[in-house]
Design a protein around this ligand. Structure first.
Ligand code: APR
Ligand code: PHB
Length: 410
């Protein structure tokens, strides 16, 4: 088999890359180790930046998102027994965020690819990368564990295979520098069949630990509790979860959290991680394969989408003109934005969680920061512009929200 771009992983990064390349007339094949049902059913986060929404709309995969997504113009920060609204819309010149679950994005992208004959090989086993330092890199795999070895020759390989995939380790240790921070807490996430308790997301800093109230639909809500990362979900019967959510969220006596049956619950640890460079030879990493953020800033999916916009444009430039200059700068362009999102996610995490090693002095500093962010327009603007999403900076002074305008300037 042969293709122009071999893509490993059908997460948001791999699927959106394949979709963008198709619109640019570039051929790709996606190799995904899980089944279609699994990738379309895995519950993840679900907050889209304005730029992600704009890209989906302009590239023809935003129809259901516009119908079923929830558009939020602000968020609420709760601390010290009080609630404060950050008006994202006013502070950013009219931008919003959209709640739409990641697996719904996956369903829309898979459907868009398959509808036009796009090639996604599900259940691909033992995927491995070869000859990435040459001009004809190859991906090998098996259709199933008993079948013979297959090989795809490519011009380029996109490693979109998440944090645990084989792409990142294919960059030699001597070249690859990894930065990591592990946090001393995790998030217990639930889905509950209940009506929304609030019109916007609530991020609550409480002495018992951080809590986030989010939504999925008028019937299903998403909530998170800060817990010990080594805790076991069996220690959290439903009544304990509700007791803790009420205690951390109901701070002013008037507002009440509405309960419902819990239909899904799990605990995830939290880390920050960056791999530098994000490219080696003819291999380009995108999304979680190259970087991880803690979910407090809601950046994971959006970073993955930003990376592949840069890669799609760089590949388009190369195929159209033979000029590899943008491809050579891929890692540099992405990492500038990645590090800013890392900084923001880390700072939101630090500001909102209960830190086991914090002294009373550091707890007061944390509350002062929340007080500052919610009382100074300058500080609130900083939070808002990061939360709705920073532009991609192609080079000094050249900023763009998305490449949709560039690609589809009808
Ligand atoms: N072979 C083939 N596919 C693989 C392999 C492998 N060896 N290893 C992993 N994959 C697949 C996974 O099954 C998954 O479907 O790669 C895909 C990676 O997708 P994601 O983990 O969703 O990563 P990404 O596309 O970068 O999107 C980042 O996903 O994890 C969330 O919070 C994160 O929102 C962020 C987003
Ligand atoms: C979610 O709805 O899953 C969600 C929203 C905002 C976050 C993280 C997760 O910061």
């Amino acid at each position: 088999m042969r293709t122009q771009v071999g893509i490993i992983g059908a997460g948001p990064a791999g699927l959106m890359l394949s979709h963008l390349l198709h619109l640019q007339g570039i051929d790709s094949i996606i190799l995904e180790k899980r089944s279609r049902e699994e990738i379309e059913g895995t519950i993840r986060a679900g907050l889209l930046e304005q730029g992600t929404v704009d890209l989906m709309k302009k590239t023809g995969v935003g129809e259901r998102l516009m119908r079923e997504g929830h558009f939020h113009e602000g968020i609420e920060l709760r601390f010290n027994g009080q609630s404060h609204r950050v008006n994202l819309h006013d502070l950013t010149g009219g931008k919003k965020v959209t709640v739409y679950a990641q697996h719904e994005v996956i369903k829309d992208l898979v459907a868009a690819r398959l509808n036009v004959g796009g090639k996604i090989i599900f259940n691909a086993q033992e995927v491995s990368l070869h000859d990435i330092e040459t001009t004809e890199p190859k991906i090998q795999f098996h259709y199933d564990k008993d079948s013979e070895l297959q090989e795809i020759s490519c011009d380029y390989i996109a490693g979109c295979d998440g944090f645990h995939g084989p792409s990142r380790p294919s960059i030699p240790n001597s070249i690859r520098k990894e930065y990591q921070k592990i946090y001393p807490f995790g998030w217990l996430g639930i889905l509950t069949e209940a009506p929304p308790s609030a019109p916007e997301l609530i991020y609550a800093n409480h002495e018992r630990g951080f809590t986030l109230l989010s939504t999925r639909s008028p019937e299903v809500q998403r909530l998170y509790l800060q817990v010990n990362p080594n805790d076991d979900i069996t220690n959290w019967p439903d009544d304990r979860i509700w007791k803790e959510l009420h205690a951390r969220l109901e701070i002013n006596g008037e507002w009440k959290l509405t309960e419902g049956p819990i239909i899904q619950k799990n605990i995830v640890p939290m880390r920050s991680f960056v791999c530098d460079p994000m490219q080696y030879g003819r291999l380009f990493l995108a999304g979680d394969a190259a970087h991880i953020v803690p979910p407090t800033g809601a950046k994971g999916l959006n970073l993955a989408i930003a990376d592949v916009q840069v890669l799609a444009r760089a590949l388009d430039t190369y195929y159209a003109t033979g000029n590899e200059e943008l491809l050579k700068r891929y890692s540099t362009i992405c990492l500038r934005r990645v590090w800013k999102a890392e900084r923001f996610s880390w700072s939101m995490t630090a500001m909102l969680h209960r830190h086991p090693d914090h002294t009373p002095f550091e707890q007061q500093i944390q509350l002062a920061e929340l007080d500052y962010v919610t009382s100074s327009r300058a500080a609130a603007t900083t939070l808002a512009e990061n939360y709705v999403g920073l532009p991609i900076e192609w080079q000094a002074g050249e900023k763009e929200e998305t490449i949709a305008g560039f690609l589809y300037n009808e």
